[in-house]
Each structure stands twice: as C-alpha cells, then as structure tokens.
Design a protein around this ligand. Structure first.
Ligand code: FES
Length: 264
C-alpha cells in the first residue's frame, strides 16, 4: 500500500448519478487484485471537509495504458467533489487496500458473480481476470432502474454469460436478481460464488444458500476512516466456532465468507 498522487485521465457521467473515473497509476495497475479498493481524499489539498477519505473499489485495470478506474454514484459531498474534477486534475489516495480475491488460489473452472447496484464495480474486475484465464463466468446483475446500461456492453466485450434484472423492468428482466438466483440456484451448486451488493441482497442470498447448502464469498462495504485496520471504525460481526467475532472490513476484508456475516 502506498500514498499516491496521480492524474485523472477521464471522469465521465455514464448513467443517472453514475460516474466512471480513470486514473493513471502504474503502481495500482501492477499491484491491485479484484476486491481491493483505494481510499481517496475528496477535497482540495488544504481543505479537510469531508474529513474522511472515501473508499472506492477498483473497477477495472488496463495494463497497456497503466490506468485503472473506479465507478461511483453521487451520494454526498465527497462524490460531488469528485464529479466536478476534470482530466488533468490530480487526486490523492492510498491503495491498493484490503484483502482481495486471489484468483490463482481457486482451481474451480466455473464462477458465478452476483452484483447488486454499484456492487457490480469490483466484480467486473474479477470477471475480466477470470475470463482472461479462460474460466467460465456467469454474471448475475441487479439494478433499481436503468442507470447501469453500459455494464451490459462490458459483459458482451468479455464474452461472458450474464443475466440482468431491474426492479422497475427498465433494464433486463423485471424483478430482483435474487429472484433469478432462487430459481437457478441448483444450476450453480458447483460454481465458486462471489457477490457484492446491498445488505438486503446479502440477507436474501444467505437464506437461499443456507436452504440449498451453497457456499459463497462476499465483498462488504462499510464507512471507513483509516482504511488500514487501525481505527476500528469499520468492524462487522461474524459467526465463528465460539460465538461471534468482530473483524475490520478494510483490512481483514472486504472479502469474507457470506454465510458467516451477521447483519444485526
Ligand atoms: Fe479504520 Fe477499517 S477504516 S479500521
């Protein structure tokens, strides 16, 4: 992990309230693995409002151009600041952070990735790595409406199988992506499963997978401050043999066993 200052190559609006920022950083391109994130300072140099850096998953890495990208939704002061930046502007961040997905340790050939909303961002990076390894990837993605239209073209470019659901039917099939998983869970029993999305999606997936006796890993998100396991501001509760244990999302995670997570 390093403290990095780098140049913005592009920062475009790609959907309703959805932006993609591409940054030049040979260090991140060389060292990042799927699931890791960068913690970006979302204010001018001598300004500390907002005080805390904001974590963003690494969404894509393009080694030929030494650039990586993040996706972000306009949510508050920090992301509004980012959305106003232009190519040529500089940003400060730390990264790559977190315990990501070591694809070389998973010998399975079949992978199911389940993304809800902005949760598709880190899973796209994973899909790209897996498809370059000639693995069989199925991407199940769910959105509220049609602000992630561009993701479909990206799946097509990777030549992976995918299914898209949206809550209002404006993109793909109308419904929740968990409806699709419930219906097809048996087909994916032998797959390695990774998911990333909102807590409601995780709760439903836990119910489906415990009924079907399926294992899955998840990338979790929490409000973060230090991003390196020091402040304990991002702890989550997990089941273990002795009852419960608290782990930091930023350092112990963000990758965890979905079935061990406790959402109180
Ligand atoms: Fe400080 Fe995770 S953000 S411990």
């Amino acid at each position: 992990m390093k403290l990095i200052k780098c140049e913005i190559i592009s920062n475009e609006k790609i959907g309703d309230e959805l932006f993609k920022m591409t940054l030049f950083s040979p260090y991140i391109v060389k060292n990042a693995i799927p699931g890791q994130f960068v913690n970006i300072k979302c204010s001018e140099n001598n300004n500390f409002d907002p005080l805390l850096r904001r974590p963003f998953s690494i969404h894509d890495v393009e080694p030929d151009f030494k650039v990586f990208s993040i996706l972000y939704l306009l949510k508050g002061k920090g992301t509004y600041y980012l959305s106003e930046l232009n190519s040529g502007d500089m940003v400060n961040f730390t990264g790559p952070l977190g315990n990501g997905i070591k694809t070389e340790e998973d010998e399975n050939n079949d992978f199911l990735l389940i993304g809800g909303g902005i949760g598709v961002a880190p899973l796209y990076f994973l899909a790209k790595i897996l498809s370059a390894q000639n693995k069989n990837v199925f991407f199940a993605a769910g959105f509220k409406y049609n602000n992630f239209l561009l993701i479909e073209k990206m799946f097509q470019r990777l030549k992976i199988n995918y299914e898209i659901y949206s809550e209002n039917g404006m993109h793909g099939t109308k419904g929740l992506i968990t409806d699709f998983i419930m219906e097809k869970a048996d087909d994916f029993k032998k797959y390695s499963i990774y998911c990333c999305g909102p807590v409601e999606m995780y709760r439903t997936l836990q119910n489906i997978f415990s009924l079907k006796d399926i294992k899955a890993k998840a990338l979790f998100e929490e409000i973060m401050a230090c991003g390196i396991g020091v402040c304990k501001g991002c702890v989550m509760k997990f089941k273990n043999n002795n009852g419960y244990v608290y782990k930091t999302v930023c350092k112990d995670g963000p990758l965890f066993d979905l079935m061990e997570a406790v959402f109180d």
